[in-house]
Design a protein around this ligand. Structure first.
Ligand code: NAD
Length: 396
């Protein structure tokens, strides 16, 4: 991550021109501002690269590339790049980071990058098939591991196999769901685990006499969670006309509302994804995968819940905690193929998928805090519409 001795704090960044911000960004990166300007002028991606990335390409579609300063995460100062079309998200994110740094910043941790490939197996005797698979676990893991030498060289590979029985009350069709657990290191891991799942499925058929069905990862990446928290002095949250303690109580009350009501929880979680998704887009990551995982995890108890919770501690400080799956990579997919995505990773100074997961989740908790603070006081429309006005003249 970024050099711990540098401060990420910037005041008045919103008043600079894009060209002035690029100059500061170049200083932050120790890069030539002209290189950055020419990268941004081309939208970060040339026509040939766009055509190679996906199919049926006719052109390129540009979005604003912004940077949210002010973040302190585990004692390190970081700038977070964000690519998003919605006004006020970047401002809210930077603003909340400024408040939280007054309490020492964010704390974060992430699980090992374990992804799961599901293999569906139709057979008559589910218990016997399960037993046969688990008895041959070592051999199956070995076959899976041989599919990805680059992953193995980087310390990753298959770690475990699990199997559970599934009964469909509607069709009376029973099947086994085999989970192949793979440490995907610095990749998002979808292709890596899908390849392994497809390789072991025929072996599982032979072992059990069954017939395989689907072989695909699950986006409910619940072995790959990231947890971010903060503790913020009440005074840092005060705003004109709203005493600090009232703001803290308002944010806590908004959290309780989301904890009790799925209608509110959906919008609460959208406020989190407002911070997460722009980091994923900026770094060329698959935001649909993370979105799917986030909402499935939010509903894992059988009831849709907020991914973050806020409380007031004994000293009257606001505490916030977010936990969610975060399947992201710093290799693979578009992460290294898109020049602007490579730049985004460089701005954050992240070298591992774990570091990126932490930064994306932190941006999520920051935007979440900013929106709850506004919602429980003056409402979001005042700030939102002021920023929205800036693009009014563009409407056709
Ligand atoms: P990938 O196959 O492009 O890259 C991963 C590979 O990089 C690894 O398998 C490994 O061989 C290699 N590698 C080199 N250095 C590594 C390191 N340090 N750590 C880990 N691996 C290293 O991509 P992927 O991450 O397997 O899959 C991501 C892509 O799959 C994304 O484009 C995503 O959109 C897509 N996808 C998603 C889904 C889904 O989410 N449901 C389904 C299919 C595909």
């Amino acid at each position: 991550m970024t050099d711990a001795t540098r401060s990420s704090r910037r005041s008045g960044w919103n008043k600079l021109t894009p060209s002035e911000r690029v100059k500061e960004l170049a200083e932050w990166l120790d890069a030539d501002p002209n290189d950055l300007r020419s990268l941004f002028e081309g939208g970060g991606l040339d026509a040939a690269a766009a055509d190679a990335l996906v199919e049926n390409v006719c052109g390129r579609y540009a979005l604003p590339f912004s940077v949210a300063p002010n973040f302190t995460i585990d004692g390190r100062d970081v700038w977070i790049p964000m690519v998003v079309e919605e006004p006020s998200v970047v401002a809210a994110c930077s603003n909340a980071a400024r408040m939280v740094r007054e309490g020492g910043g964010f704390r974060a941790e992430a699980d090992d990058p374990i992804m799961i490939c599901q293999i569906q197996l139709f057979c008559d005797d589910l218990a016997k098939a399960r037993e046969a698979i688990l008895e041959n676990k070592a051999r199956l893991l070995d076959i899976a591991g041989k599919q990805d030498e680059a992953l193995a060289r980087n310390g990753g590979g298959p770690r475990d196999l699990e199997a559970r029985e599934m009964r469909d009350p509607e069709t009376d069709e029973n099947f086994l769901v085999v989970h192949l657990l793979v440490d995907v290191r610095d990749a998002m891991g979808a292709n890596a685990v899908n390849t392994m799942g497809e390789a072991i499925a025929p072996e599982i058929e032979k072992l059990t006499g069954g017939v395989y069905g689907l072989r695909i990862l699950t986006n409910l990446a619940d072995r790959r969670l990231v947890r971010v928290s903060f503790e913020c002095p009440a005074e840092a949250l005060a705003l004109k006309g709203y005493p600090a303690e009232q703001v803290v109580d308002g944010v806590v009350s908004a959290s309780r509302f989301a904890e009790l009501d799925p209608y509110r929880a959906a919008t609460h979680n959208k406020g989190i994804m407002n911070g997460v998704d722009p980091v994923l887009v900026a770094t060329g990551n698959d935001w649909r995968a993370v979105e799917a995982g986030a909402h499935a995890y939010a509903a894992k108890s059988g009831r849709y819940k907020p991914l973050s919770v806020f409380r007031k501690n004994a000293e009257g400080r606001l505490t916030g905690r977010l936990e969610m799956p975060m399947a992201v990579g710093v290799v693979g997919g578009a992460t290294r193929a898109h020049p602007a995505a490579r730049l985004a990773l460089e701005i954050m100074g992240v070298k591992t998928a774990r570091d990126l997961a932490i930064l994306a989740a932190t941006a999520g908790l920051a935007t979440n805090l900013a929106s709850l603070r506004a919602l429980s006081t003056e409402g979001i429309q005042k700030g939102h519409m002021r920023l929205h006005q800036r693009s009014r003249h563009l409407q056709k």
